[in-house]
Design a binder for this molecule. Structure first.
Ligand code: SF4
Ligand code: SF4
Ligand code: SF4
Ligand code: FES
Length: 344
């Protein structure tokens, strides 16, 4: 274990811990922007700087490891001025257009600007198009809001192991570029982006974060059991968000879980059984529909044998329902032709 002092408090943490994590353990919050708990240190924002006794320059606490006897200061006039100057550099290319930004209200950049009390911003409009397309139509890239923090690049490479994004160009010409042949539309980049530079297209302008009710649930698309929150407004699902501290997925989802929610309120969703007669579908009661299915199965089994019937069940069912289904196929129909779609 390593012992150090942070803002006058003694802290003991395992070797290899960063100063940021050690401060967190001591209940001391250091401002961050490019740091994300699921990503390795990126060190692009310099918001997390701290002073170390005996060192001339402040260091980035999100990357600097602890060592025995270190005396760290996380808050001072000089640090505040330096953080403010660093943030103003970032804001030089960022419009404060929070009124029309989907992220307003849960934007890490907005929060840190507020926290540091920045009133005047030396904003120089970037010469970039507003209607920037992304590699997937599910996500929109607002190049002029991008602070080049690198979180999306790192998440796509390190969490998803895809590596579809890279930063091209420098200074005001820098922008992220996504390879459409590699991108899986998973939305991991969207999840980690600390600003409104990446927004979801399906939920655009549908509801402010503080107006929606977030209902935690389990994804029904497969057997992984990913956790997410359905964002509900006026009894309609208008989006999906995740929490890195909840569930086996730690905030990650695939394209189905993150964007496949529109079916919930779709008008064409079936509400009653339909039976096809003479090429046309007509509504039926559950009793009639189930009797029809039973008759047809019986006829096939009697005429062609049970192995001419196969059953494929769904990950949208519970384990108990899937168990009953295989029992039904084996004991009632009389075949072992049964499978399940939950193997991803
Ligand atoms: S990204 Fe954040 S700070 Fe920038 S306009 Fe949107 S809400 Fe405001
Ligand atoms: S949507 Fe997924 S695969 Fe595509 S760029 Fe973003 S993180 Fe990478
Ligand atoms: S798109 Fe978002 S996560 Fe990616 S570099 Fe820009 S601000 Fe950072
Ligand atoms: S949070 Fe440490 S450099 Fe950005």
């Amino acid at each position: 274990m390593v012992r150090l002092t942070i803002d006058g408090s003694e802290v003991e943490v395992p070797e290899g811990t960063t100063i940021l994590k050690a401060a967190e353990k001591a209940g001391i919050r250091i401002p961050t922007l490019c740091y994300h708990k699921r990503l390795p240190p990126i060190e692009s924002c310099n918001m997390c700087i701290v002073e170390i006794e005996g060192e001339k320059e402040p260091v980035n606490s999100c990357a600097a490891p602890v060592s025995n006897g270190l005396v760290v200061t996380t808050d001072s006039k000089a640090l505040h001025e330096q953080r403010t100057a660093n943030l103003k550099k970032i804001l030089k290319h960022h419009p404060l257009d929070c009124p029309i930004c989907d992220r307003a209200g849960e934007c890490e950049l907005q929060d840190i600007v507020y926290e540091l009390g920045i009133e005047d911003v030396p904003y120089e409009p970037r010469k970039v198009k507003r209607d920037d397309t992304y590699s997937t139509s599910l996500i929109r890239y607002w190049a002029d809001r991008c602070i080049m923090c690198g979180r999306c690049v790192t998440a796509c490479r390190d969490i998803k192991q895809i590596g579809a994004i890279e930063i091209q160009g420098e200074e005001e010409n820098a922008r992220i570029v996504v390879d459409p042949d590699k991108c899986k539309s998973c939305g991991e980049c969207l999840m980690v982006c600390p600003t409104g530079a990446l927004t979801e297209n399906l939920s655009r302008y549908k509801g402010r974060p503080w107006l929606v009710k977030r209902v935690q649930t389990t994804c029904t698309y497969c057997g992984c059991g990913c956790q997410f929150e359905l964002n509900v407004l006026d009894n309609r699902v208008i989006g999906v968000t995740t929490d890195v501290d909840t569930g086996v997925n730690q905030g990650s989802l695939c394209v189905k879980g993150r964007f496949g929610y529109e079916f919930i309120g779709d008008e064409s969703r079936l509400k009653k059984p339909l039976i096809k007669e003479n090429g046309a579908l007509r509504e039926a009661s559950w009793e009639e529909a189930l009797d029809t299915v039973a008759e047809k199965f019986k006829a096939i089994r009697d005429q062609h044998g049970p192995d001419n019937i196969a059953g494929l069940t769904s990950a949208k069912c519970t384990n108990e329902e899937n168990f009953l289904f295989q029992k039904f196929m084996r004991a009632v129909i009389g075949t072992n032709n049964v499978d399940h779609c939950a193997r991803l």
